[in-house]
Ligand binder design. Sequence first.
Ligand code: BGC
Length: 728
Amino acid sequence: MNWEVLQKGFKKEQITALENRFLVGNGYLGVRGALEEYTAEELPAVNLAGIFDQVGDAWREPINAPNGIYTYICVDGKTLLAQDGEMKEHEMRLDFRHGICHRKTVWKTERGEVTVTSERFADHENVHRIAMRYTVRADFHAEVELFTGIDGHMWEINGPHFDSLAGRCENGRLVMEGVTHEKGATVCVEETVRADFPKESKTEEADRRLMHHFSLVTEKDRDYTIEKAIVVFTSQDDDFSKAQADELLDSFEREGYEAAKRVQEASWEEIWKYGAVEIDGDEDAMKALNYSLYHLQSIAPRHAKSMSIPARGLSGQTYKGAVFWDTEMFILDYFLFTRPAVAHTLLRYRVDTLSGAIKKAKDYGLDGAFYAWESQEGGYDACSDYNVTDVFTGRPMRTFFKDKQIHISAAIVYGIMRYTKITGDDSLLKEGGLKTVIECAKFYYSLLLKRVAGTEYELHDVIGPDEYHERVNNNGYTNRMAKMTLQSAADILNNLDSYGKDAAESISALYPVKELAGKFADAAENLYIPEPGDDNVIEQFDGYRKLEDCSIDTVRSRLLHEKEYWGGAYGVATHTQVIKQADVVAMLNLYSDEYPPEVLKANWDYYEPRTEHGSSLSASMYAMLACKCGMPQKAYPFFIKSAKADLVEGGKEWAGLIYIGGTHPAAAGGAYMIAVEGFGGVSFAENGIRVNPRLPGDWSGMRFYVCSGGERYYVNISGEDVKVEKID
Ligand code: BGC
């Protein structure tokens, strides 16, 4: 397979999309695929994981570090900038096998042609480091001024995040240090430059930019190359000091770009050894899928013990750098199946932010743990009460995502229980997970209602995954996930001894074990789950089917503005059956074994034409359920949509007037689930893995590795033939 994404030509309107497509990252930082000469206007970013800042009442968001990539040239007195669009040739290329982004640009100047080539990567061995190489060549004796340094004018949505930003030169290296507004954290960027020409430069500082300035008179057709390492660290890093930063720059000065690149390549080869999926008969699908996996690997917090993945990965500040249910329900499986240690890190983050969830529940007068809908550090909920801006009035609209999307706590329980079941490792449960599950169950328990004459418990005033219908009663997905949570907690409490003496004692010291187990079991048993109707369709929430039943096109035709929000109080979808994303279908996908095939199919058929797929999460749930209904052909376009979410244009970039562009890790994770669990038919049973493939049209085979119970298996599907081999 060709592990390359190539983009030839230049269009100004594609700049931001390409920055997402050509992103390189290593879990600690993400570098948007911006050209070196881009300034804040083009939205370049070195986006940092897990460090946030808030200015005034604006949204709290992750930090973009001062841009150490910043480099440009002047030839014969004219500054050559791609954004001016006057190039003769231009191409970008991503080697996604090794996480290396390349560019080549040719300008035609009055005296001849000037070519710039560059490449860069976010170092996977040393996650604080970015390495780059930048080459200029002219086919004439050109007067070239080469500027490279650190740009302190970052792209910031709700900044400025640095109250002070100071630059200095330290033994020929440039250093820029910012102090964040809210917490006074420091973010430091240091760089060093090697050159294959006599390296005499001036250092210039102006307007928050600190630059080396090289003046060259080039020989005809000779390459002039600089190699540059940029190290980023913050006062929030647990284990990284200035001395280590200096050592990373020293070693780069000694060994150079090529040596660092060889290590980078080897490190990615290790990743792909078990992390890639091979498909026979469909090169396009295989490439799109592995490109999605590239993105997941580029944002995996391998360097941390307790950290999660934001909804837009490390592609910028959209969605406030916050963690959503996307992680547990869409992204987790890839790591769980291929790199369980990363899955552990993702869930550890939830266990470690339990206190934030307990506080949130308390603030609503509820018991237990209500996880943040948009979780930042410490479990702080970044979701605002007014999360959408009305396009007509410019006023903030009251939304209830944060208050009512109670299914978030169940997603965390789902993730923890799934991790435990598939890995057979109960350490997460013993180290805080038991308490997490119990607190989430307490949360749902405190929300249960019973009608005066009723026998069943109900959950009212919620928002399901379909966000367009707010504050509904008995959303099927939510109720089923709450039931799972209550049942998981009851099982845990009834089997406390199986987690060892210490865990049993500490839980017994915290809770009235018997009493809670009884309450949770009763609640799980008697929580109302909407049943299939005469036509086998399950109503998404009470009264859903009484809403206007019209097509998506009809709803769309009623829009008065293309960016208008479809949900909430006045949305065009609100009083109709048109939904944003998989909801009942998401529930049936998770619990498909509880329903006969005709129910699964009837609901797929009913809901699909009524689903806008306005979230990139939706397609994978439809594809998964289609596979479980034995319809891999119907699943296929949804698979392609998920796998290509960051490879083709056309994704939703606006919610009302809020820019929500960036990469789509949940779609990438969804693509993996469809391939391996949907088409590959992998599932986990007590005694190991089961593989029951349902390959779509052209696919004649698949090969991949999956982990289960501490073992790794090689799965080789060839037509009807399935081989599963344990790997040593
Ligand atoms: C979706 C949510 C999702 C969030 C982040 C929203 O548009 O409706 O389900 O969690 O985006 O991806």
